[in-house]
Design a protein around this ligand. Structure first.
Ligand code: HAM
Length: 416
């Protein structure tokens, strides 16, 4: 019988990688603190309806990618494909409108999408998600974009590009939809099958189709930003003035429409040339009608989410630092089997003094233990009959080879 394997599109993050994740998460937490965002922990599954109504029925996520099942109580639940809809649900449910506005929230955790796995794209992946809820001001959009840029600056990422667009609002988007449909209709028959089916339901998505023929057809399509209503245009201009003020270099891309239906006004991504086809390190934007779509009051909001796998991949490709790899400082070596209990006692004392330490549990010879020490630690602390008699340990610096006898107290003082 073949041993059971992990499902396709999932990954085990093991010890030689997880310390990098801890580093990245720590930097996320620092930036969130500096920008005044509070961490929240939300459920990994929600009522399916939250995503159907929030993310949108015509999106790839809802149509094809959700892990949806009926629970034992007969309710349809879904493993969250993203966090924004849950954040808005939580804002409404916990009456955050009664607190300081905007409510600034962040969270990190696994998301689930039944997508075709490839480099940087998984069926279970981890997102850092930032949301500012309750404010209209374009300066909040600016703060969110600035947050993402600052995060990547602190992580040492280079060659990133902020790509920006506005997707309008329910007032001006229908105007643009018609303009776009009029532009596309003479060549409707040449569109790929997916885009044909999008023509009536969601024509804006045709703009980001990757098929060469659709790309060619939409090359000279009118831009959403040419059809914005006064309010959306002013918002976009204010955001752009802000980005200029903070010295952010931004490219405008009329094709950037994002794959989620809830966006209004601002849509943006930060893309990396080191990621291949899945080049978005993060994506986000404004979603002023999402709260109403899920049955709540009007709550404007803006945020972004970043896939941690893609951040780590880009950092590795660019040789960025992940800080210091945590390693044991000390390996305690029992010179004879009879000294193992004393070795264990010393090990415990070191650990109680916050000195990371380890020892052998496989009954290895002295030589085998020294080899293990060389691979795992900076110092070997050898303890045998003569050391026990003298009340000392032999401390060997494994890099320099120098050796000295110290009492446990001296050892702890030296290493702390
Ligand atoms: P999204 O563009 O679907 O937006 O995902 C955001 C980021 O999550 C992507 O840029 C990418 O880094 C990562 N990501 C998405 N799918 C995968 C996958 N299958 N494997 C690995 N990484 C992935 C959202 O999810 C929105 N909720 C973002 C947002 C927050 N908008 C406003 N607030």
């Amino acid at each position: 019988m073949e041993a059971v394997k992990a499902p396709r599109g999932t990954r085990d993050i093991l010890g030689d990688e997880s310390w990098k994740w801890a580093y990245v998460t720590g930097v996320c937490r620092d930036v969130a603190d500096d920008y005044g965002y509070k961490e929240v922990h939300l459920p990994i599954f929600e009522h399916t309806e939250l995503f159907c109504r929030g993310v949108g029925d015509t999106t790839d996520i809802v149509e094809k990618e959700m892990y949806t099942f009926t629970d034992k109580g007969g309710r349809s639940v879904t493993l969250r494909p993203e966090l924004t809809a849950s954040m808005v649900r939580s804002y409404i449910e916990n009456e955050m409108s009664k607190g300081p506005q905007p409510a600034k929230l962040w969270g990190i955790g696994p998301m689930f999408r039944y997508e075709r796995p490839q480099k940087g794209r998984y069926r279970q992946f981890v997102q850092l998600d930032i949301e500012a809820l309750g404010a209209q001001d374009a300066l909040v959009d600016l703060e969110v974009i600035d947050f993402s840029m600052e995060l990547y600056r602190r992580l040492g990422l280079r060659n990133l590009q902020v790509v920006l667009n506005s997707v309008g609002c329910p007032k001006c988007r229908p105007v643009y939809r018609r303009v776009l449909q009029d532009f596309l209709s003479p060549r409707f028959d040449e569109l790929c099958d997916t885009c044909k089916s999008r023509f009536d339901r969601n024509p804006l998505r045709i703009l980001d189709c990757k098929s060469p023929i659709c790309k060619e057809i939409t090359e000279d399509a009118p831009a959403v930003t040419d059809c914005l209503c006064d309010e959306c245009r002013e918002h976009y201009e204010r955001l752009n003035r802000g980005l200029e003020k903070i010295g952010a270099s931004v490219v405008h891309d009329k094709r950037l429409v994002r794959g989620l239906d809830y966006y209004t006004k601002t849509a943006y991504e930060i893309q990396s040339g080191d990621l291949g086809a899945q080049n978005a390190v993060c994506g986000g934007g404004r979603y002023d009608n999402l709260a109403e779509a899920i049955g709540g009051p009007h709550v404007p909001g803006v945020g972004f989410a970043s896939g941690i796998e893609r951040v780590v991949l880009t950092m590795e490709a660019q040789g960025c630092s992940f800080g210091e790899k945590p390693e044991s400082k000390v390996y305690v070596v029992a010179a004879e089997p009879s000294a193992r209990l004393d070795a264990m006692a010393l090990l415990r004392e070191l650990r109680m003094n916050r000195i990371s330490a380890d020892m052998d549990y496989m009954g290895r010879s002295m030589k085998g233990q020294m080899k293990a020490a060389g691979a795992a630690a900076e110092y070997a602390c050898i303890i045998g009959t003569s050391e026990i008699e003298k009340g000392v340990v032999t401390v060997k610096n494994l890099k320099e080879g120098a050796q000295e006898e110290l009492t446990a107290e001296q050892l702890i003082n030296k290493l702390k």
